[in-house]
Each structure stands twice: as C-alpha cells, then as structure tokens.
Design a protein around this ligand. Structure first.
Ligand code: PMP
Length: 442
C-alpha cells in the first residue's frame, strides 16, 4: 500500500551488503522500534522554534508549551478511551519505566500481597515485580497462548491477596493478542486490578480501556512512543489518579511539590507529583502527532494491512522446507499482531539474522527478545540446558528469529525475504561454514 508507505521516513534508504553492492533496506524489526512518521518529524521541526519551559514560565512560548502539555494528556486518554474523571496520564520514558513506577507505587501500599504475571511476559513486565511482591505466573499452552483457566485457578488460589494481574496486550515473541477484556473481568471478579502492557498492542490494534463501571475496564495501561512511529524517550502510564494520590513519588525534585520548607513537603497532586524534572515536551509533541496520524489513517486499515502481511508471510514461509514456525502461526490470524517467530532447521538463529542482514539487507531480530522464560517454554529448554549455558557462555543460547511488520511494509518486501530464506535453506551448509569463519562487523 503505497499511501501507507509514504507515511514513514527512510523507506527508500540504500544500504551496503557484504559484497559491496547496495540494496533498499528492509526493516522487519518493528516490534523493537518503528521509524518515525514523516508527519512526526515535520511537526517536531515546526514546533522547535516555539518550545520553552513547561509550567515554569509566563513567557509567550512557555504558555504555548504548557498548554500543549496539558492538552496532550486528554488526547492520549481519548486515544485509548480512558476516563478523564478517573484516570491520570503520567509521562515516563518508556514502558519499562512505567511498569517500574507502578511496581514502586503499589509496593509502597502493601508488601504482603501477590502479583500475578504470566509465562509470556517481556522481562519489563516480570523483573520489576520481583523482590517487591510474591510473584506467580499464569501458564501458557503449547502454542504459547495464555490459559484463562489457569488464570482463574491462580486468582482463586490467592483469593484476596492478588494486588495486580499484569499481562501483555500482545506478545512481542509470538504476536498473540491476549484476551485482555476477559482477563479484566476475571481480575475484577476476584477483586483485583489489571495492568495491560500495551507496548505491542497499542500501535497495532484499537485499544479501549472501557468505562470504569464496566467489569471489562482496564485499570492500568502502559506503552512506548518509539514503537508507534514517534521517537525514543517518551512513554505513558495510565491509571486511576487515586493510585498516585498518597505518599512520596519514586523520583522527587522540581515540579513535584506545592510547598517545601526545610522540614516539610506538601506534594503536588498526580500526575505532576510523578513527573520530577523538566518533561520531554518534544517527545510528547511527537507522540501526539503520531496518534493523530494513526487516527487519520484509521486503526482498522492498519490492522487489515498488517494482518494481510502476516498471512502472506506465513504462507510464503510454509512453502519453504526446513523452516520451523512457533505459536499457532497458521491459525487464529485475527488474534495476532504481525509478528512471526521462526528458526531455520540446522542454522543458529544468529547466523540466519546475520545472513539476512549482510547478504539481503533485511533487518530482523534474533535471540530471546527480552522474554527468556517464554522462549524457554516454547522451545522446551530444560533446566540442565539452561544450567549448561550459564556455566559455559560459549554454548550458543537457544532462541529464534523474529519478523515483525509495520504499517509501511509491503508484499514485495516479503517476497524478497522469502527468496532470501529459500536460498539460505538450500545452501545451509555453505552458509554455516562461511559464518563460522567470518565475524562481520559493519
Ligand atoms: N513490553 C513489551 C511487550 C515489549 O515488546 C517491550 C519492548 N520490546 C517492552 C515491554 C519494553 O518497552 P521499552 O523498551 O520501550 O521500555
């Protein structure tokens, strides 16, 4: 879709291959970071002469900046259908910081409780909860999908003690979209709250936090701008204002207080209390513009295009002998964002990723994608194997190659990938030897 392609910066960039020739770069690593929209770059460029300090000055430019800053929270809440009377939007630098902030905040309220995470989380929705709470994990099935039965069993088992159920909106490994509304209903049935890690969902599907009175209401939502066509360094934590109303913030300093004496502090109300220091207004301007562009294009169109890319790529990959796909890749397309994890039988995942990059100009990611426990389950890696590679770092770690599509990717690009993989699988031995011998660093 050429109209979609034009929205993004750098789609025609030429890059060198290992043999010295040049090709148009292909980026199939959008789950890590997306390139910015042209509109975002343009907006930032046009806004730069106008920015000044936020909530710290009466100058004309400060007023513009402060107004924009205040209005931005409403735009974000509107985008995900949060409730402006109930929810607050706290700016952070990314999803990881948002989850750490919430973990710190909830932890200060009570330590004698359980956080229920899942077997399929990114490390950023697992590690921040450890050592602060008792943590347990909802099981997955053999396709890597979340078990709602196990979720209910665990909510029952820890009856009344679960402080939070925290789940990915969509997996960054398999692309599985989780049944977040059914999970929310379960959480509320057992009198707990739910956090959705929206890093992989919000850029690719319509997100609706739903009314506060609804049993399907999403209590907390986090996501990062750099995965939705805006730059690094800005993300959001959305949740009930009440959660942040009492006690001290994790970071304190300028912008967090109403009155300070040497022996007294009157903290500001949230969200200000939670945003110490000068905010990243340029990042916010970029995120708001990215949201505007996504809305202008329409999330339904984005979803339809990305799902078509997903189906096309899966069909192509299945046509090549010696490719192993993970997750229920061939079915349930409607419950997946456009992410495909795979391995080439007989080649290490890192070798495949390097060949694709150095010999075909195609960027993918390989390894465990910051979700090691999930990968270990999907690949059925046992404790002995984990122990072995922990003792001997020269043993190659298990992992996968990951393709992740964005709205600007094309069927033609997938054709190039399929041709490259077809060639690689038919020349495995030569490639394996070649890449053992050379350690390419561009
Ligand atoms: N959760 C998920 C599902 C992710 O995919 C990622 C990024 N890979 C994160 C959390 C962390 O996001 P960030 O690096 O922007 O903090």
């Amino acid at each position: 879709d050429q109209d979609l392609r034009k929205l993004v910066v750098g789609v025609d960039t030429k890059i060198p291959l290992i043999d010295g020739s040049f090709v148009t770069a292909i980026n199939f690593d959008n789950a890590a970071t997306t390139p910015p929209f042209v509109s975002v770059l343009d907006k930032v460029y046009r806004f730069c002469p106008w920015y000044s300090s936020v909530h710290r000055g009466t100058g004309y430019k400060s007023q513009i900046s402060s107004n924009l800053f205040d209005v931005s929270r409403k735009i974000i809440l509107d985008f995900v259908n949060g409730d402006p009377n109930h929810d607050t939007v706290i700016y952070v630098k990314n999803t990881t910081e948002a989850i750490n902030k919430l973990a710190y905040r909830l932890c200060r309220e009570t330590k004698e409780c359980v956080v229920l995470s899942t077997d399929m989380e990114h490390h950023s929705n697992d590690l921040p909860w450890r050592n602060k709470y008792k943590i347990d994990y909802v099981n997955i099935d053999s396709n890597g999908r979340l078990s709602l039965e196990d979720m209910e069993e665990k909510l029952q088992k820890y009856m009344g003690k679960v402080r939070l159920l925290t789940i990915a909106g969509a997996s960054n490994v398999t692309g599985h979209i989780n049944p977040i509304y059914r999970a929310a209903e379960l959480a509320h049935k057992y009198n707990t709250k739910i956090l959705v890690d929206g890093a992989q969902l919000v850029p690719h599907a319509k997100m609706d936090m739903r009314p506060v009175e609804s049993p399907q209401h999403i209590d907390y939502l986090v996501f990062s701008a750099h995965k939705m066509y805006a730059p690094f360094g800005i993300g959001v934590l959305i949740g009930p204002r009440e959660t942040f109303a009492y006690g001290e913030p994790d970071y304190s300093g300028g912008g967090t207080v109403k009155i300070v004496t040497h022996d007294f502090v009157d903290w500001d109300a949230p969200p200000e209390k939670e945003e110490a220091g000068t905010p990243n207004l340029i990042g916010i301007v970029a995120l708001i513009e990215a949201i505007k562009t996504i809305k202008d294009v329409g999330m339904e169109r984005i979803e339809a295009h990305e799902r078509n890319l997903l189906k096309y790529a899966v069909t192509g990959l299945k046509g090549i002998g010696g490719i192993r796909l993970y997750g229920d890749c061939e079915e349930n397309f409607s419950e997946k964002v456009a992410i495909i994890p795979f391995n080439v039988e007989g080649l290490h995942h890192e070798t495949v990723a390097k060949i694709l990059s150095y010999e075909a100009g195609i960027a993918v990611r390989n390894g465990c994608f910051c979700a090691q426990p999930y990968i270990q389950k999907l690949l059925k890696v046992n404790k002995d194997e984990i122990g072995a590679y922990m003792r001997d770092r020269s043993i190659p770690k298990p992992g996968m190659v990951r393709l992740s599509f964005g709205l600007y990717n094309t069927f033609g690009e997938i054709d190039r990938l399929i041709r490259a993989l077809d060639y690689i699988t038919r020349n495995k031995k030569a490639y394996d030897e070649k890449y053992k011998r050379i350690n390419v660093r561009l």
